[in-house]
Design a protein around this ligand. Structure first.
Ligand SMILES: Cc1cc2nc3c(=O)[nH]c(=O)nc-3n(C[C@H](O)[C@H](O)[C@H](O)COP(=O)(O)O)c2cc1C
Length: 244
């Protein structure tokens, strides 16, 4: 299996360690290939809000040299893993900034058909509370990219590090991380599955793109995909064992 991992912490501590536990489990289940991106190093620029990606095309984004390798790695991967610490009850700023650069992949713009067949895991660590909000923030982007199966794992440490955690809590959290890896792996083995919720969302977005938004490059893209003419991304998922 191929995985693309995005780390949203500037330091290799708790969130990094949590992801290593998931990686180790995935490796146990099947030898795997991981392409990893570390933020902010691999994305050292902030979205300027220029609207170029939306109105003229993502190829013209002033930060394309950072966006393109990550998009390519995500499209080539079977599974995606996003991980962020909780910062002031939210996802980290570097993770949010990274996701902002992929606004053009949202369904009402130019989603990629490959995304509809993927599964993802979203992991967050916190000293006390807030993983729900950090994970929600990431899941929102992923679901608007077309991903139906997203497995969430929030690690509330009540300590500064894994080593300082109360042993029972640590064992429970490590178990939860391993389970997340198993669920991600099993969903990938089952093949592409697009949920009814994602299908309905896609069909609603189709109305927005074709009738209301009137952005020519979005409309041209939808026509080129055949989606304006009735095709759907889930029927187009070729080469995947599909349960769509
Ligand atoms: C700027 C900042 C904001 C934080 N905000 C919270 C918070 O709102 N709630 C909380 O419980 N922990 C908070 N923390 C603690 C981190 O979420 C926690 O230590 C996390 O595991 C750090 O992950 P890392 O080691 O991967 O950086 C914050 C830490 C930082 C640096």
């Amino acid at each position: 299996m191929k995985y693309c991992i995005v780390y949203g912490s500037p330091r290799k501590k708790n969130t990094y360690q949590a992801v290593q536990m998931v990686k180790n489990k995935l490796e146990q289940l099947e030898p795997s290939e991981f392409t990893e991106f570390f933020l902010p190093q691999d994305f050292p620029v902030s979205c300027t809000g220029c609207f170029t990606c939306f109105m003229k095309g993502e190829q013209l984004c002033p930060h394309r040299r950072y966006v393109e390798p990550m998009e390519r790695a995500m499209l080539e991967a079977d599974g995606l893993i996003f991980a962020s610490p909780v910062y002031v009850m939210e996802l980290s700023g570097v993770m949010k900034n990274c996701l902002d650069h992929f606004g053009y992949l949202f369904m009402p713009h130019r989603p990629r058909r490959e995304m509809f067949g993927k599964s993802a895991a979203v992991i967050s660590t916190t000293a006390g509370a807030g993983t729900k909000y950090a994970i929600d923030g990431i899941c929102r982007s992923l679901s608007y990219w077309g991903i139906s199966r997203i497995f969430r794992c929030g690690v509330s440490m009540w300590a500064g590090s894994f080593e300082e955690m109360e042993p029972k809590r640590r064992a429970r959290m490590e178990n939860a991380l391993e389970k997340t890896a198993v669920r991600l792996y099993q969903s990938l083995k089952q093949g592409a599955h697009v949920s009814l919720k994602t299908k309905v969302k896609f069909l609603m977005m189709k109305q927005a793109v074709l009738k209301f938004a009137q952005n020519p490059i979005d409309q041209d893209y939808w026509k080129a995909q055949g989606w304006a003419q009735g095709e759907t991304p889930w029927k187009q998922l070729k080469g995947k064992k599909s349960k769509c």
